[in-house]
Design a protein around this ligand. Structure first.
Ligand SMILES: Cc1cc2nc3c(=O)[nH]c(=O)nc-3n(C[C@H](O)[C@H](O)[C@H](O)COP(=O)(O)OP(=O)(O)OC[C@H]3O[C@@H](n4cnc5c(N)ncnc54)[C@H](O)[C@@H]3O)c2cc1C
Length: 567
């Protein structure tokens, strides 16, 4: 056992966990409704998650350049979600989207404009040009900067970075705060709150190759489960087929190739420098004769070429624009060509390597229309929630979802807090305090290696293409890894920064969340959207249901829920 750790106790009306787009919006809206807010972030405020990394587009039926209505956006969202969207949530997303995009415009985010109108471009899956952006590949950084500036100007919001929320505190069935570890001092912090909002983003760190930051290990899903909330649609992890693999690309979005591939007809080549897409059939032919595989088929085709030993050196496929004249590349890529050049990449002369990478999570915490979970006073928003996007997310919906659900969760949490007094019980944090105090110095297992093992299991067996055998083996491996890790935290230093303890706490969450993905994936014996079973290739109408995951004692239970009930 380490020496007794210092503790700090704080109080607030609304505690927001995670300061990405959703968390920052939630904090602003809760403060606007009169609540005192603590915005807790394990990394730097507004710089730790996916929001700041997103560089492409945001979907909303503004009708600025082409007539549009939010119901058209909703129809596209439901079609992309393969008939599994929670239509109440999807409707809120589409109806409130324009209001939030205009609010961000008024806050000077800098949406690209044309002839005085906010410019709206076509993106895959949308029936008309609907997606706004900030030039050039700057959408996420501009969104984060704008929200950070608003936070600077707002009163009533305490921003605390480096604060890792370890568990939500629950008393008499209601959320009453949280226990946290202040990463840079090693101090334990308890926070009493009248309402708590989980805005911790997704789970892509569970996979070896992913598009987001190392803070995205699915903490929020584990926090919710342990607090007594339910998760929904956890089997639906979205993989992006042509994520950047090699050469090294600094300061650029790993999913940036998609629009350029569409625009310029980039060719996917295997190690024999042969185009292989045609061999995987079902291709969509464009009017100009260029063909593009749908995202799931492109993922399949690349995975199969690699399996057959025809992958590129880094384990993916080549993406080549060498057949396109350099001036056309410059016209299409604009200043991006210079950023690529700074990374030593000249598309006119060399292909890049791409591969499927984990990108976004459709599943998440189950909430109702006020964004409250089944635990009173516990709210969730952003990528941390499930349901709105069904089995597959429409492009551009994720940032809209962060704004819309963030604002809504902030508003309702503040409303809830205004009717409550602080109900704080030391018992509510007792088990987590005990856990943290049980941290002992040990040399084994090596937590960094264990994280890599979890990522291998998830990538190899719960990746884009699943089978009964792979999933069962994954579930066994995850249990074995959990046993090896043990139930007492490992620490490396008494007080101060302790990366090993943080790894252990991350693993505690990652292992729980990995199982919460693998178990419903095993149960769902069909292929739908992002959940593709090689042993059950077709969509099965009987599976038009949600699966709910809950924690009962130490065990995860799966329940089926008819779509009608959810909607
Ligand atoms: C590279 C990339 C490109 C993308 N491009 C687009 C796009 O063009 N359009 C689009 O719509 N979507 C895009 N997405 C998806 C979109 O960016 C995300 O879904 C969205 O930004 C999520 O916002 P969020 O606030 O819910 O989560 P995040 O922005 O991920 O923020 C979550 C925050 O919670 C913090 N956190 C996590 N756990 C804890 C804890 N235990 N304690 C305290 N803090 C914690 C994290 O550090 C992080 O800062 C992209 C994603 C990526 C990764």
């Amino acid at each position: 056992m380490l020496p007794e750790t210092a503790t700090t106790h704080l109080k607030t009306d609304v505690l927001v966990v995670g300061a990405g787009g959703a968390g920052m919006y939630a904090a602003l809206e809760a403060a606007r409704a009169g609540a005192d807010v603590i915005l807790a972030e394990r990394s730097l405020i507004g710089r730790g998650g996916a929001t700041v990394m997103a560089q492409m587009t945001v979907a909303a039926a503004l009708g600025e350049q082409t007539p549009d209505h939010w119901e058209h956006h909703l129809a596209d969202t439901i079609a992309a979600g393969r008939d599994l969207c929670d239509e109440r949530l999807a409707a809120i997303l589409c109806e409130d989207g324009p209001r939030r995009i205009r609010e961000m415009d008024a806050w000077k985010v800098g949406w690209a404009r044309e002839d005085g109108h906010i410019r709206q471009v076509q993106a895959p899956g949308h029936d008309r040009p609907r997606c706004v952006y900030v030039d050039f590949l700057s959408t996420g950084p501009a969104v984060s900067r704008t929200l950070r500036t608003r936070l600077n100007d707002a009163s009533g919001i305490r921003r605390i970075g480096d604060l890792l929320i370890v568990d939500i505190a629950v008393h008499d069935g209601a959320a009453c705060g949280a226990t946290a570890l202040h990463i840079s001092t090693g101090r334990i912090v308890t926070i009493a709150a009248k309402a708590v909002i989980i805005a911790t983003g997704g789970l892509t760190r569970l996979y070896r190759r992913n598009s987001a930051s190392s803070n995205m290990g699915g903490d929020g899903y584990a926090l919710a489960l342990r607090a007594g909330a339910e998760l929904i649609d956890m089997e639906f992890v979205q993989f992006f087929p042509i994520g950047h693999l090699a050469p090294r690309l600094v300061g650029m979005d790993p999913i940036m190739w998609d629009p350029f591939r569409y625009k310029l007809g980039g060719k996917l080549l295997n190690s024999e420098m042969r185009e292989f897409e045609e061999s995987y059939a079902s291709r969509d032919i464009r009017s100009d004769g260029r063909y593009v595989l749908t995202r799931d088929l492109a993922t399949y085709a690349i995975s199969k070429e690699v399996e057959a030993g025809r992958g590129s050196p880094a384990g993916g496929a080549y993406l080549s624009f060498q057949h396109v004249p350099p001036d056309e590349i410059r016209r299409a890529f604009g200043p991006v060509v210079d950023r690529l050049a700074a990374n030593g990449i000249d598309l006119a002369r060399q292909p890049v390597e791409v591969a499927p990478i984990a990108h976004y999570h459709m599943g998440g915490i189950r909430v109702g229309e006020t964004l409250e979970t089944r635990v009173a006073g516990l709210f969730a928003c952003g990528e941390a929630i499930g349901g709105a996007n069904g089995a597959n997310r429409l492009s551009g919906n994720a940032i809209t979802e962060a704004f819309v659900f963030g604002a809504r969760a902030g508003h309702h949490a503040a409303l809830h807090a205004s009717k409550q007094s602080i109900v704080w019980s030391p018992d509510a944090v007792g088990p987590t305090m005990d856990l943290l105090r049980r941290a002992t110095r040990r040399d084994t297992p090596n937590t960094a290696a264990v994280i890599a093992s979890v990522q291998s299991v998830m990538s190899d067996k719960v990746g884009p293409f699943r089978t009964d055998g792979k999933l069962r083996s994954a579930i066994e491996s995850l249990a074995a890894i959990g046993n090896e890790l043990g139930s007492d935290p490992i620490a490396s230093s008494p007080g101060g920064v302790d990366p090993v303890l943080v790894d252990w706490l991350d693993l505690r969450n990652m292992l729980l969340v990995a199982q919460a993905v693998a178990l419903p994936a095993l149960a769902r014996t069909e292929s739908r959207g992002a959940h593709q079973r090689e042993d059950y290739p077709g969509l099965d109408d009987g599976w038009g249901i949600h699966q709910i995951v809950e924690l009962a004692g130490a065990k995860l239970n799966i329940k089926a829920l008819s779509r009608r009930v959810a909607a």
